[in-house]
Design a protein around this ligand. Structure first.
Ligand code: PMT
Length: 235
């Protein structure tokens, strides 16, 4: 059986991808299936933790012994995470959160115009969603609990490779562990396997895991968290 090194710990995990509705039938979404976050929740439960899983639009069965809270939007996810994080030992943000949502929700289905010459497409105005992870770090204040784990979905671009973008994100978000995965249309999202770099502010080198099953990635994440929970707080 799995080591019971999370016995008695209370952990909260987010998984899946938020949907930001435009009208009753349309939304802005992303390619997250929830597989990685569900694996994180499943492995924590197997290692003895009391697990709460906040699930955004994932079409997956609830892991054994895990309490699942379904949400749709980033704002709903923020509320569920903020409530659940109070008193938790560990929070893991594996969900893919929309950074923007439509500024207005249309109560009726948006229609195309049939006027002759009215070829114009509608313009959708977006507004910023809150950064949930940064908010959890802020709410923690000077304390050291919960331990906060973020993910970073990077494609690499002109401004940097996956690892250097992830390092900058770790510094910006202020979490204790950042799990950086390279993503793309056929990378990470929806797949059974993942390759990640585990980054900590107190460690120079990244630890790379994979390509490996998402359960293996989840186990490596929890190994780091067990180590962080055992590390005495810096005075
Ligand atoms: O679900 P799967 O198909 O298995 O795919 C897994 C995954 C690729 C979705 C997952 O491993 C992953 O990378 N999840 C995080 C995706 C993401 O939103 O990354 P980001 O780099 O945009 O955000 C960085 C961190 O901030 C994440 O922990 C994210 O949850 C959090 N965030 C982002 C935006 C926002 N408004 N609020 C947040 O809290």
């Amino acid at each position: 059986g799995a080591p019971q090194d999370l016995a008695g710990r209370s952990v909260v995990v987010s998984a899946g991808g938020t949907r930001e509705p435009l009208d009753p039938v349309r939304f802005l979404g992303n390619r997250s299936s929830g597989k990685q976050g569900y694996a994180v929740a499943r492995v924590a439960a197997a290692r003895g933790a009391v697990v709460r899983l906040v699930s955004a639009n994932a079409d997956l069965p609830a892991p054994d012994g895990v309490q699942v809270t379904p949400v749709e939007t980033a704002l709903e996810l923020q509320q569920a995470m903020t409530e659940a994080a109070a008193g938790a030992d560990v929070v893991v943000m594996a969900a893919a959160v929309a950074d923007f949502r439509p500024a207005v929700y249309q109560d009726a289905k948006i229609k195309k115009s049939h006027e002759p010459g009215a070829e114009q497409a509608p313009v959708v105005e977006l507004v910023r969603n809150p950064d949930i992870l940064a908010g959890l770090v802020r709410d923690r204040g000077e304390g050291d609990r919960p331990v906060i784990v973020g993910f970073a979905a990077e494609t690499g671009d002109a401004t940097g490779d996956v690892l250097s973008l992830a390092r900058a994100k770790l510094a910006r978000k202020g979490c204790d562990l950042l799990v950086a995965n390279e993503v793309g249309r056929s990378l990470a999202f929806g797949q059974d396997e993942n390759t990640v770099h585990l980054l900590r502010p107190d460690r120079e080198e990244a630890r790379t895991v994979g390509p490996a099953d998402k359960e293996v990635v989840a186990a490596a994440l929890w190994d780091e968290v067990v180590n962080l929970l055992a590390t005495p707080p810096t005075p």
